[in-house]
Unconditional design. Structure first.
Length: 211
């Protein structure tokens, strides 16, 4: 009897990050601090990367790396020193994504998987903002990647500009609640031996006849 085939999709490619692993955080403010505290309670090590020395996240992390986000060598070294990386804010310079992408090409095995997760995660906020504005996220991300500094997409006017000059900042409360929920769900999944999910049923090809 042949064993069942693995399920297709993202779940089949997912890798469990078990307690004891090193989690990297890009950013050092209060959101990162909350993440670090929750992660260390679950047995993870936390490394943080930000331009600020003795940051709120760094005060509770196992390792604090202080360097500019434009310091690509420092960013590559940081990515190599952790198992997976997340970020606490949306304005990560596009050069950081390029550096991580280049690092991904040099890595192999599970290390490459981790770096790939970081690269994809860095693009997610910009993609979601573009989708929420009703535009194709692919060209938006590509144009942002070709820019520099605070160049980005203004979802309200659906054009491109230096976002800091327009006063576009992260909605802290929204980001904080999203992070808290994400940490809670991740912690549950990491500690659970099994999970239950609801499989959506496909609608019938032809509606039943009435009468």
């Amino acid at each position: 009897m042949k064993p069942p085939s693995p399920q297709r999709g993202y779940g089949a490619q997912a890798r469990v990050i078990a307690p004891g692993a090193a989690l990297g955080v890009l950013g050092g403010s209060q959101l990162g601090r909350m993440f670090a505290i929750a992660a260390r309670r679950m047995g993870y090590r936390v490394h943080t990367f930000s331009p600020d020395d003795d940051s709120p996240t760094g005060q509770v992390a196992d390792l604090e790396v202080t360097a500019s986000y434009e310091d690509l060598d420092a960013l590559r070294a940081f990515a190599r020193g952790v198992d997976v990386v997340t970020f606490e804010f949306e304005n990560v310079p596009i050069e950081a994504i390029d550096a991580v992408e280049a690092e991904e090409q040099r890595c192999e095995g599970v290390e490459r998987v981790g770096v790939h997760i970081l690269r994809v995660a860095l693009e997610v906020p910009a993609r979601q903002i573009a989708r929420n504005a009703g535009v194709d996220d692919g060209p938006v991300v590509e144009k942002i990647r070709n820019g520099s500094g605070f160049f980005g997409f203004d979802a309200r006017t659906k054009d491109y500009a230096e976002l800091d000059e327009r006063g576009i900042i992260d909605p802290t409360k929204v980001v904080r609640i999203a992070l808290e929920n994400a940490v809670a769900v991740a912690g549950t999944l990491l500690l659970a031996e099994a999970t239950m999910v609801e499989i959506e049923e496909e609608p019938p090809a032809h509606p039943p006849e009435i009468g």
